[in-house]
Design a protein around this ligand. Sequence first.
Ligand SMILES: NC(=O)c1ccc[n+]([C@@H]2O[C@H](COP(=O)([O-])OP(=O)(O)OC[C@H]3O[C@@H](n4cnc5c(N)ncnc54)[C@H](OP(=O)(O)O)[C@@H]3O)[C@@H](O)[C@H]2O)c1
Length: 262
Amino acid sequence: MTSVLVTGGTGQLGRRVVRALAADGHTVRILSRSPAAPPVPGADVVVADLSTGAGLAQAVAGTTTIVHCATDPRRSGTVDVGGTERLLEAARDAGRPHVVYVSIVGVDRIPTEYYRSKLAAERTIEGFGLPWTVLRTTQFHDFVLQLLDRMTGLPVVPVPRGWRVQPIDVDEVARRLADAVAAEPAGRLPDLGGPEAFPVVELVRDRLRRTGRHRPVVKVPLPGASSAALRAGANLVPGNRSGGCTWRQFLDGRSPSQLLEG
Ligand SMILES: NC(=O)c1ccc[n+]([C@@H]2O[C@H](COP(=O)([O-])OP(=O)(O)OC[C@H]3O[C@@H](n4cnc5c(N)ncnc54)[C@H](OP(=O)(O)O)[C@@H]3O)[C@@H](O)[C@H]2O)c1
């Protein structure tokens, strides 16, 4: 068994990765900026900050694998790009750990600032000289639900024309990352999508129905390269659908009080 550091181990995905790794019998350490990070049974917390490099040397000491899930979309240049470089430099000084990174389907085709940062982080990992595995996935169920709740909270709901999403069970992603830890470094794994793809407008209408909100829905032709890439399906993986829970099962598994909380 290996000693695994999980960056972002307090996050939506990272928490599940920690649980899966602990269940597999690995020794797990969570990297967090907060000493009061919520305890996950079977894991220790080490305090470090990717944006400054503080604590990274102690965090990586003695680890054989790093699962890198930390992210900050609002400071992606500092955390996702610079932070990945700082993490790898610390890791190189500590030995030759296997770096497992989670990225997003379409980062090379959808030119938003955040996706550019994710792509830059991928390229840093690929070229750094440490053993590596990268898995790109589609959007997690919870993330899609948060977006839908933000959209359907507006008095009139604008929906970008032609966009589709392929939500994925975050536990399924965590399982794949835990499997990557147990396997040899594999480079880029095949992109992974959720079980089904849906037009965003269909999910918006369904969300309005389920939450009893009555709002006009307006399809808007969003201009720009990112929107065009999304209309072309650059965020989808029709040929590699995961198992795990479906979007409907995810929604049906939520209690009525959770419906509006997102
Ligand atoms: N959400 C999606 O739909 C989706 C889809 C595909 C891929 N992904 C990728 O999956 C990964 C995890 O996403 P998520 O949605 O689970 O993230 P999340 O819930 O927002 O969690 C972000 C994590 O990053 C850590 N973090 C932020 N800034 C940091 C810093 N300066 N130093 C150290 N740690 C820092 C936070 O830890 P502390 O606050 O404890 O420090 C937190 O655990 C990301 O790489 C994301 O790009 C996400």
